[in-house]
Design a protein. Sequence first.
Length: 260
Amino acid sequence: MCLTIIALHAHPKYQLVIAANRDEFHNRPALAAHYWEDAPHILGGRDLQAGGTWLGVNQDGGFANLTNYRDFRLPQKPDAPSRGKIVQDLLHPDTDHSEFLSRMPHEADKFAGFNILFGTPENAWYYSNISNQSSRLQAGVTGLSNHLLNTPWPKLVTSRQAVCNWTKTGGARLGDLFAVMADQNRHPDELLPDTGIGMEFERKASAIFILDPVYGTRATTVIGIDLEGKVTYLERTFDPDGRIRSENEFGFQIRRNNES
């Protein structure tokens, strides 16, 4: 039950800004953001249960971010392969994004439902294996939760507007977006979707930041790629009670094509 807001060519300083919450069971083991030892081109957190990731960037300025599609009224696929591996594959510098978009519709059924945002600031894409359609992201502020792109769930509408307001002011402090993603306010019942998890948990999940001792917001990540090609990667991880467990910051210059 994750949430991602992307501002693409919508800020005077940044080509791309990503503000994302990862929601997951607290007992599922994971590592905070780091450069992977076995794949040093990847910077991101890592799921230790399946080995993939939910969000990452690479040294060429590529990014990939996956959210699950939530509708428990649909047939579930408990033995499906890990969706986190899709993110890992898309972050490999040799991956052909066009080939991925051509291939994935033929492989969509083997995975549980997912959405993925990926690409570079110059060529960013969205794909869902539920709609089995892809679209190129346009300049502006886009939101994705656990339905299709820009589905107007209240938490998405609220966070997208807050990021929109931030881009319009030209704020240069990426860290200000942590406050947007930390909002624990729940939304009225009449505005909530029915995704088969029961109203009690729909209420909890209606908050931008989900606070729950079993399943909740585990990490907030804010990424910015500025007009000079510098990547800033900020992350906070959280304990089940919502207290900050770790704060991590990385920065690097996008590698040019002729650099090794």
